[in-house]
Design a protein around this ligand. Structure first.
Ligand SMILES: Nc1ncnc2c1ncn2[C@@H]1O[C@H](COP(=O)(O)OP(=O)(O)O)[C@@H](O)[C@H]1O
Ligand SMILES: [Mg+2]
Length: 330
């Protein structure tokens, strides 16, 4: 095993014990009067992918930035591979590959030059530079673009280069902050493949995204953050199983009715939602019950059990606003 991966020897000895590569405990951070993190706990094992979910402003970027020493915590503890990362950020940083939310590449030089520069900064030299660049460039479909100026790449291509830089040298802890923002289909597919592969080879991954489908594809452990607190966590299938069935979402012109017989409805603005195991039957019954009120129905959507329904059940609102797809609008 390459010593640069930082994997501990004697791993089998501790195989029965929790083997967290990253441990965050009771982390607090405020910017003036804005509380960004309010006692966050997070644990990521070797080979585990944690999908970090939360609306804008939840504290995801602050959390990731503190883990890799870019921002200071007010209090709490961060341990990376057994190292106290708040006291020894440089030592911890050696184990971390970070792709920040905002793209950071040198636009005036080529893709290859960007990769070479960052490879050398991570301590690679000699043949290892070329080998690692070739591997990550192939994996992220950058191999045809190596001679292009970074500034002339498309948005998705820039995102791939930005992420490739973070993944040079296969870091044992990978922090990807919204790596598919503005990404095209090819970029998203390549990224998900690379992340899956890294985890399979033992890296711990923290992956924040606005696309729940990606978390399902990665089969990640979900951690939901709101207002600087972890409000739920667990395996995708456990969260889905606990959320209790499909959701019928009915959008009204104006305020939804406040009560339904036989169903528990939650109201979010103009949308009323009902959780049910039999969405077809529930839809028919609700429409019948609405009577004349049904003329105010603007759309009906049935959301099958998924991370989406789990997120809705946990938080009371949809993850990505503006994606409400009205399937029936009669
Ligand atoms: N440098 C900063 N100065 C002041 N407030 C900040 C700064 N960075 C983030 N915040 C605030 O902290 C909260 C958490 O932000 P952030 O960590 O960026 O959340 P997320 O990445 O989940 O969108 C937000 O209310 C944001 O406005
Ligand atoms: Mg962010």
């Amino acid at each position: 095993m390459d010593s640069t991966t930082g994997l501990k020897e004697g791993r089998d000895v501790t195989a029965t014990m929790p083997d967290a590569f990253l441990e965050v405990e009771d982390l607090h951070k405020a910017y003036g009067s804005v509380v960004a993190l309010n006692g966050v706990d997070l644990s990521v094992q070797r080979g585990q992918i944690v999908g970090l979910l939360g609306p804008n402003g939840a504290g995801k970027t602050t959390l990731v930035s503190i883990i890799c020493g870019l921002r200071r915590a007010d209090r709490g503890k961060v341990t990376v591979n057994g190292i106290d990362a708040l006291s020894h950020p440089q030592r911890a940083r050696a184990f971390i590959g970070l792709a920040p939310q905002d793209i950071g590449i040198y636009p005036s030089v080529t893709v290859l030059n960007n990769l070479q520069l960052f490879a050398e900064l991570t301590g690679l030299s000699g043949r290892a530079v070329a080998t690692q660049i070739e591997q990550i460039a192939t994996a992220l479909r950058l191999d045809e673009l190596l001679d292009r100026k970074a500034g002339e790449l498309s948005g998705g291509q820039k995102r791939r280069l930005h992420t490739a830089i973070a993944l040079l040298n296969e870091p044992p802890l990978v922090l990807l902050d919204e790596p598919t923002t503005g990404a095209d289909v090819e970029t998203r597919a390549a990224l998900l493949e690379v992340v899956t592969d890294l985890a399979r080879r033992g890296s711990s991954v923290v992956y924040s995204t606005h696309y729940l489908q990606e978390i399902e594809t990665l089969d990640a452990t979900v951690v939901i953050i709101e207002h600087g607190n972890v409000i739920a966590s667990g395996a995708v299938h456990d969260l889905i199983a606990a959320s209790g069935g499909s959701i019928v979402a009915i959008t009204f012109a104006g305020q939804p009715p406040s009560h339904l017989n036989g169903y528990t409805a939650s109201v979010d603005g103009s949308v009323m939602r009902v959780t049910t195991d039999d969405p077809g039957r529930a839809t028919a019954q609700i429409l019948e019950q609405l009577g004349a009120e049904s003329s105010r129905v603007e759309g009906i959507e049935i959301i099958k059990p998924s991370l989406e329904t789990a997120y809705l059940a946990i938080t009371g609102h949809r993850y990505t606003q503006g994606e409400e797809r009205n399937v029936v609008a009669s």
